[in-house]
Write a protein that binds this ligand. Sequence first.
Ligand code: CP
Ligand code: NVA
Length: 306
Amino acid sequence: MKDLLKLLDLSKEEIIHILNVGDQMKYNQKHGLTHNYLQGKTLAMIFEKNSTRTRVSFETGMYQLGGHALFLSSKESQIGRGEPVEDTARVLSRYCDGIMIRTYSQEEVEKLAEYADIPVINGLTDFAHPCQVLADLMTIREHQSKLEGLNMCFIGDGNNMVNSLIVGCLKVGMNVSVACPEGYDPHPDVMEFAKSVTDATFTLTRDPMEAAKGADVVFTDVWASMGQEEETAKRKAAFQGYQVNEALMKVTNPGCMVQHCLPAHRGEEITAEVFEAHAGEIFDEAENRLHAQKAVLYLLMGEEKK
Ligand code: CP
Ligand code: NVA
């Protein structure tokens, strides 16, 4: 594994290994144990979209690992003036030890990885959000002590989050059920993968209640993702009823968790009541971005890869 571009590229064993190393990173940090495995190493972080969690967790994670992170906003770098990604990849490979990128197109990230000699990590594209889902799986395992056999449900837009959740959850043996309105289905590549899985179940429905029945963990995400701001009104109409609320939670299994990658829009994809009732789990999820990504950074940029 040279890069982390999408969970479709990873095996179940690789995902579980990242989660195990993530747990160890968390333990080390909580117990004040030295874990400066990336001393002297630099991560370039390219942002073509906004971020709070991804930026802070990667930057803090690199610092805690003894390394350094550089924030490169596309607007203030030559990327925003059209320098080809192939050239950015080769230049950064001469200075840095890894690249994290948040952008629109998955193809751009794949091309960056093709031309870079150093590891590339996808910090979110329109297609995928693999770092988030690694943190999500880590959080579910922490709370439920297992992954295999649990029922994951996603309510809402067939976006980057659900694309990565479907792949990540099915790969670790969780059953997946998704409720999206017509016209907002997950990506066809993800649907094709889901259909090929034989040791866990996958359901796509238009009925949120049907999807939520018997769930052990419910996910949702914003109705309009970054880059879709102009569609906000149209999406608001299309997603009416696709909300995680108390009525929906009633049909889930006892002790069902709620996860949200954040930022959340209360009153849209989730009610304030459900959000606050599950805030502990949701902010554990946000915290685990740090630990899961430190595992990814260590595995891709540290000694173990040699
Ligand atoms: N969940 C997530 O990726 O948050 P940011 O957009 O704040 O990075
Ligand atoms: N689907 C959201 C996730 C934000 C972390 C977006 O792409 O904006």
